[in-house]
Ligand binder design. Structure first.
Ligand code: DLL
Length: 436
């Protein structure tokens, strides 16, 4: 089932013409109505009339999170405040949040996009969907809520946390679809096991839509095995719209980007130069029909690969590969670049250790040290030093092979690493700049 056949299966030539219209419209509006962006264009002598082809996007200046902060709260909006019907904001831990606004037309567009995302993940009107994201300023819960309702599902808006109640309602309501972060899905499975709930017998879950934080294929496998569901990925960010930017289809071969609403590019994070399709780089998005908060060349810091080859599902929109990490999450240890996802992939594909881990980075005597804590799964290991030693050596070797550096590895008892039940999981703790 394709939610919007006309849009999602548009021949690529037609799609590109459609995108060019949207690009011209957006650049014109931003130039007229958004002072800071007009100043950026004026500084390089660029006028809206200079945008003649899609390739001309590369002449436009980037937008970054800092632009949102500098224009807090509403100075980067292209409509007067009276036109807004919703305001969301990022969950940033320090300083002022990143504020995003929606007109009625923006909310309608977002709802349609989300119906598309849930439909392509395999959700159907007869499903019951439980939303375990927190409702509030975070865009995740509301975005999925409206999309699921538009599709015709029964939505259970329980919100984040409250794990035992989540499990009770899942059983009593016959929930078939779970919406959450991937780390919370794993936690749910763990709690169910602790409470003696046989997931296969007592729950009817069949599909999960997970996003909002990085997760590897190995993590997907663990979720699928433990919850007995199809675990699908979807991607987005508040600055652009919230969830709804991209999501997997039944082919499970990358996430289709809603290219009729967003123009996607990848760039070299350091030079800012555009990269060809197929090359790994930082994702950059331009909105094509947003009213309240048009976004031009927003640098996401998320690293991925674009693929515009045809997909078996028939949708023509390009796909993006699972996020490898964020350029600002990349750890540079003794000159070597390491993404936490590389560590996750090794840990989760090694039998005997669980999916819960923590990465610490320390600096001692001017040298960086990477420490990985991971839980072993078998309680009986506690008394078996030989087994523990063997597993430690094996993991250290595997990590060394993948990362090219020695890692301090600590096997810790099951359940000793703190679980994230609300919001995004935090697994990396960089202590290099901690006050002495
Ligand atoms: O996390 C929007 C969202 C909600 C997406 C629910 C999917 C589901 P922000 O809080 O603004 O918005 O965070 C955006 O989260 O730049 C990525 O670094 C990360 N992220 C989001 N989805 C994924 C994903 C929402 N599927 C930031 N895989 C983005 C990896 C993701 N990282």
């Amino acid at each position: 089932m394709i939610w919007n056949q006309k849009r999602e299966c548009m021949p690529r030539k037609e799609l590109q013409a459609f995108q060019l219209e949207g690009l011209k419209w957006t650049v014109g509006r931003v130039y007229e109505s958004v002072t800071f962006y007009r100043a950026k264009m004026d500084a390089i002598g660029l006028k809206p009339k200079h945008i003649k082809t899609l390739a001309d996007v590369k002449h436009l200046p980037f937008m970054t999170k800092q632009d949102f902060r500098d224009n807090y709260p509403f100075n980067n909006f292209a409509v007067p405040k009276e036109k807004l019907v919703r305001i969301h904001a990022s969950s940033g831990t320090t300083g002022k949040p990143t504020v995003v606004g929606y007109t009625a037309a923006d909310l309608e567009m977002w709802t349609e996009l989300m119906a598309r995302i849930v439909c392509q993940a395999g959700v159907r009107p007869e499903d019951t969907a439980q939303i375990a994201f927190s409702y509030g300023l975070f865009t995740g819960a509301f975005g999925l809520h409206y999309g699921l309702e538009r599709l015709g599902c029964a939505v259970v808006p329980i919100g984040g946390g409250n794990t035992e109640k989540q499990l009770m309602l899942m059983e009593d309501f016959g929930t078939t679809v779970l919406i959450s972060t991937p780390s919370y899905a794993l936690y749910l499975a763990e709690r169910a096991a602790e409470l003696g709930i046989d997931i296969q017998k007592r729950l009817k879950l069949r599909v999960g839509l997970f996003g909002s934080e990085p997760w590897t294929e190995e993590m997907r496998q663990q979720i699928q095995d433990r919850l007995h569901i199809l675990a699908t990925d979807n991607y987005g960010m508040s600055e652009l719209i919230g969830p709804g930017v991209a999501g997997e289809c039944e082919s499970m071969a990358g996430m289709h980007i809603a290219e009729d609403h967003f123009l996607a590019e990848t760039i070299d994070s350091e030079s800012g130069e555009p990269l060809p399709c197929g090359a790994e780089g930082e994702l950059v998005f331009t909105s094509l029909d947003k009213e309240a908060l048009p976004v031009i060349r927003y640098r996401t810091k998320d690293i991925s690969v674009l693929d515009d080859s045809p997909c078996a599902c028939g949708r023509t929109h390009a796909r993006m590969r699972k996020i490898l990490g964020r350029s600002d999450d990349m750890l540079i240890i003794r000159g070597i670049n390491i993404f936490p996802s590389q560590i996750e992939a090794v840990l989760l594909s090694t039998p005997g250790v669980g999916p819960h881990y923590q990465i610490n980075v320390w600096r001692k005597n001017y040298l960086d040290d990477l420490e990985v804590l991971v839980e072993f799964t078998d309680d009986s290991m506690l008394d078996n030093y030989k087994k523990l030693d063997l597993l430690t050596t094996q993991l250290k070797e595997r990590l060394h092979n993948v990362l090219g550096i020695n890692v301090k590895l600590r096997l810790v008892e099951p359940h000793s690493i703190e679980r994230t039940t609300l919001g995004k999981a935090k697994r990396v703790f960089d202590h290099r700049n901690d006050p002495k």
